[in-house]
Ligand binder design. Structure first.
Ligand SMILES: NC(=O)c1ccc[n+]([C@@H]2O[C@H](COP(=O)([O-])OP(=O)(O)OC[C@H]3O[C@@H](n4cnc5c(N)ncnc54)[C@H](OP(=O)(O)O)[C@@H]3O)[C@@H](O)[C@H]2O)c1
Length: 314
């Protein structure tokens, strides 16, 4: 198949491209700046320069393509007008792929509680609204909704590792929010399967790993794999996620605007509510949490030569 990958300079898109190539697909990447695409597979793909907000750039990139993946978000820049910008970008992408007569759009969004949309974080609302925009056109969209993806290079995983390396184990009300992380390899396997299966209509599938844990437990499980001890417990009665975003961002080496966008989402449970994925793909997302953490920490060491070598996997 001919597959268009957006976000190829990012965590998910950059990991998906080599899997698509290995599976025998022909890959074209739409990137804002071709000089930022320095991956080893760079010479095996076609590259088109442009932004997803440009219908014309999308049309050019999607010409002759069977499946177009939407793996971008606008959180790197200011949080101002994020929802409007995300909707506008998704609408331009939708119109561009329609003009190019693409057969299927695959979008990776965030796990959101549709029943409590008015209370969700701006980041999750923007992700949900991007999906709504994409589905307004005639091209069928498969939207996978995931929580934290455990893999080297993920901003949310970097934030988790920074928390697990801190000497203090902070505990605030939002530490009790629930999360259902998924292993990067499991997500990629699922994306490959979805790309290969043309749908007749749009659908949304929640995806998550086999375990639901609180954020506090997730940090402790990461500490256990890292061997950094349980940390000095510190209970804070009220600690808005925004307040810790900037300090954790600097520890994690994550852009402050990205951390400020991501961390408020921790106040909301990010779990699978709709279990249709298990019917459609019963084999999907089975990697145990500790195994996924150990693999993610291991590949982080390989990538950056960090000191995060996992010492114990449960
Ligand atoms: N990482 C996770 O844990 C996670 C969890 C759930 C869902 N997701 C979803 O997965 C998708 C990809 O996330 P990620 O973690 O891979 O993000 P990422 O590493 O931050 O990468 C974002 C990508 O989007 C590109 N991009 C941003 N704005 C663009 C625009 N206007 N036009 C073209 N490209 C643009 C960036 O390109 P530049 O190089 O030009 O900046 C970059 O390649 C997002 O939809 C996200 O919500 C991620």
């Amino acid at each position: 198949m001919d597959v268009l990958v957006t976000g190829a300079t990012g965590f998910i898109g950059g990991a998906l491209v080599p899997r698509l190539l290995t599976a025998g697909h022909h890959v074209r990447c739409l990137v804002r700046d071709r000089d930022r695409l320095s991956a080893p597979w760079r010479s095996d793909v076609e590259v088109v320069e442009g932004r997803v907000e440009s219908e014309q750039a999308v049309l050019r990139a999607a010409d002759g393509v069977d499946v177009a993946t939407y793996l971008v978000h606008g959180m790197g820049s200011s949080a101002r007008d994020l929802v409007v910008r995300e909707r506008r970008a998704a609408a331009a992408f939708r119109d561009g792929v329609e003009l190019a007569a693409v057969g299927h759009v695959v979008y990776l969004g965030g796990l959101v509680d549709e029943a409590r949309l008015s209370r969700t974080s701006t980041h999750l609302y923007a992700r949900q609204q991007a999906g709504v925009e994409l589905r307004q056109g005639p091209v069928p969209v498969t939207e996978l909704r995931a929580g934290i993806v455990l893999g080297a290079g993920s901003a949310s995983f970097d934030l988790l590792v920074a928390a697990a390396r801190a000497p203090v184990a902070l505990s605030a009300p939002w530490s009790d929010s629930l999360t259902q992380p998924i292993a990067l390899e499991d997500l990629l396997e699922l994306l490959l399967a979805v790309v290969a299966q043309p749908p007749t209509r749009s659908h949304v599938l929640d995806v998550g790993g086999p375990e639901v844990v609180t954020y506090a437990e997730l940090v402790q499980r990461t500490r256990a794999v890292l061997g950094t001890g349980r940390g000095l417990p510190l209970r804070v009665p009220y600690l808005p996620p925004e307040a810790v975003a900037l300090s954790v961002a600097s520890l994690a080496g994550v852009a402050p605007s990205l951390a400020l966008g991501l961390l408020p989402s921790a106040a909301h449970d990010a779990v699978v509510r709709d279990h249709r994925l298990a019917e459609a793909y019963p084999w999907a997302a089975r990697t145990p949490l500790d195994t996924a953490l150990a693999a993610a920490l291991g590949s982080r060491v390989e990538r950056a030569g960090t000191q995060d070598a996992p010492v114990a996997a449960g």
